[in-house]
Design a protein around this ligand. Structure first.
Ligand code: PEP
Length: 251
């Protein structure tokens, strides 16, 4: 009942020419995929150009970050209305690289979630524990707090466009994937937390993605888990062929 969402996060890779070459190669490969949402989050500067190539296709575009104000004297920042006008429908918020390298907090994530919803951008909110937190047995506590604080004040309407991405920090870009059962355990817990704060109906509709070294050879088993509703893919979304295989996971 939850339509799978397969999302690519290009991080700070691909200039405009490379991004366009990817899009022209990728769009026809996935043109016949239905019943799955396909999302690519390129660097900001490529969104508008990619929106022209993907117009009329089944590929959606998102930002990798957003500022919490709609406009103002915030040098170097990009707002939700700007993302929207460039052709984005989604935005990744609270990626662990932003939390770790740019000091992003749960409170900041929360402001960005509300800013996105004001502009009808669907937020993909990332949560996940570090290796030391996992080893200390703190995974559920850490993830639970990130969800509760990051989604504070969200109403039913906001919940309807929200996706959550569980991305254990120790699995991102490391080649070390959470096993499907580890991921499923945390996803089921996240759904419980969502149910507590947004109600069971809303929680049952929210897509929870897994992210962390998802590759063509492990996507099928991850997507077979009942609470894994999609994937957020970094490295393996950079080549049209590997991202195509992930989009066409067998489940
Ligand atoms: C990510 O950037 O969100 C990610 C999961 O990266 P990778 O797939 O490369 O681990």
């Amino acid at each position: 009942m939850r339509r799978p969402l397969i999302a690519g996060n290009w991080k700070m890779y691909k200039g405009l020419e490379e991004a366009l070459a990817f899009a022209r190669a990728f769009a026809p490969k996935v043109a016949h995929v239905d019943a799955r949402d396909i999302l690519i989050c390129p660097p900001f500067v490529a969104i508008h150009a990619l929106a022209q190539v993907f117009a009329g296709t089944n590929v959606l575009l998102g930002g990798q970050n957003v500022h919490h104000e709609d406009q103002g004297a915030f040098t170097g920042e990009v707002s939700a209305p700007m993302l929207k006008s460039a052709g984005a429908t989604h935005v990744i918020i609270g990626h662990s690289e932003r939390r770790q390298l740019f000091g992003e907090t749960d409170e900041g994530v929360n402001r960005k979630v509300h800013a996105s919803l004001r502009s009808s951008l669907s937020p993909v909110v990332c949560v996940g524990e570090t290796l030391s937190e996992r080893e200390a047995g703190l995974t559920l506590e850490v993830v639970g707090k990130q969800i509760e604080r990051g989604l504070h004040g969200l109403g039913q309407e906001g919940a309807s466009s929200l996706a959550v991405a569980y991305e254990p920090v120790w699995a991102i870009g490391t080649g070390r994937t959470a096993t499907p059962s580890i991921a499923q355990e945390v996803h089921a817990f996240i759904r419980e937390v969502l149910s507590k704060i947004l109600g069971p109906q809303a929680a049952s509709r929210i897509r929870i993605l897994y992210g962390g070294s998802v590759k063509p050879d492990n996507v099928d088993e991850l997507m077979a888990e009942p609470d894994i509703d999609g994937v957020l893919v970094g490295g393996a979304s950079l080549e049209p062929e590997s991202f195509e295989r992930i989009v066409k996971y067998r489940g």
